[in-house]
Design a protein around this ligand. Structure first.
Ligand code: ADP
Ligand code: MG
Ligand code: MG
Length: 249
């Protein structure tokens, strides 16, 4: 019944146990908020899922089947997409090139393998339409706003027909209008049965978009709840590990 299940994930860096037996179960067609204070391990967990980090222990199940994720290309080919906290687009390339190149090596970027540019730009236009975006597929990515660049990343996830999309603090540099556009796209993906993981510290966003909430603390798993059943105060108490007391009575 779960689209994605992470079980017993462990990951250490020298001197830091970043993930200690963490679990996450995401239902199809839902937005699952992953919450926790800075340093709780949220990004590390997502980087393990996306194959950026190799986990020390743990299992990943997609549609009930155990999978291994070797690297981000492998993750993409298995239907997992990630809209990064730090955007990694190739600013000098066009929207279409960014959409169709998959992932971008940061050095010694080789020649494009795409031959049929006309078809590439037609397809790009189609996928941008799909996510409600209307801009020139030939525009250089560097000429777009951060929100538009995020849309390109999302169009990329949609065009790869991702089953799971990870959003790691996607709205940190978005305008209110761009956040509305993002949430519209997420609602469409929800209708298509896509499982989404949403990392954000913004409680108003969590209230608007999340179906379920998982809280992490100090690299550990705290719990999972239906979002509608949790007040902001309860969520924060789980994140910090104690009930909040009003220091200004
Ligand atoms: P969050 O996304 O919840 O803010 P992170 O996953 O970024 O937390 O970090 C969890 C812990 O792992 C922190 O203590 C952080 O310093 C550490 N960490 C994350 N990435 C690395 C890395 N590449 N090398 C060493 N330590 C790291
Ligand atoms: Mg952080
Ligand atoms: Mg993070």
């Amino acid at each position: 019944e779960y689209k994605l299940e992470l079980k017993g994930i462990c990951k250490s860096f020298p001197g830091v146990k970043a993930l200690d037996n963490v679990q996450l179960s995401v239902r199809p067609g839902t937005v699952h908020a992953l919450m926790g204070e800075n340093g709780a391990g949220k990004s590390t967990l997502m980087k393990c899922l996306f194959g950026i980090y190799k986990m020390d222990a743990g299992e990943i199940y997609l549609d009930g089947e155990k999978i291994e994720v070797k690297d981000p290309d492998d993750a993409m080919s298995k239907g997992i997409a990630m809209v990064h906290q730090e955007l990694q687009p190739v600013l000098a390339r066009s929207v279409g090139e960014n959409l169709f190149l998959g992932r971008f090596p940061t050095k010694n970027y080789g020649p494009l393998k795409v031959i049929d540019h006309k078809k590439m730009y037609e397809d790009t236009k189609m996928w941008l339409d799909e996510v409600g975006m209307d801009f020139d597929p030939k525009a250089q990515l560097g000429s777009l706003s951060i929100g538009q660049m995020q849309s390109v990343e999302i169009a990329k996830a949609v065009s790869h027909q991702a089953k799971v999309v990870i959003f790691d603090e996607p709205t940190s540099s978005l305008s209110d209008k761009e956040v509305d556009a993002l949430f519209r796209i997420m609602n469409d993906l929800r209708d298509k049965g896509v499982a989404m993981i949403y990392i954000s510290h913004k409680m108003d966003e969590i209230k608007r978009i999340a179906d379920d909430i998982t809280v992490m603390r100090d690299g550990g798993y705290v719990g999972t709840w239906p979002a509608a059943e949790m007040t902001t105060e309860q969520i924060i108490a789980k994140m910090v590990g104690r009930e909040l007391t009003n220091v200004y009575p």
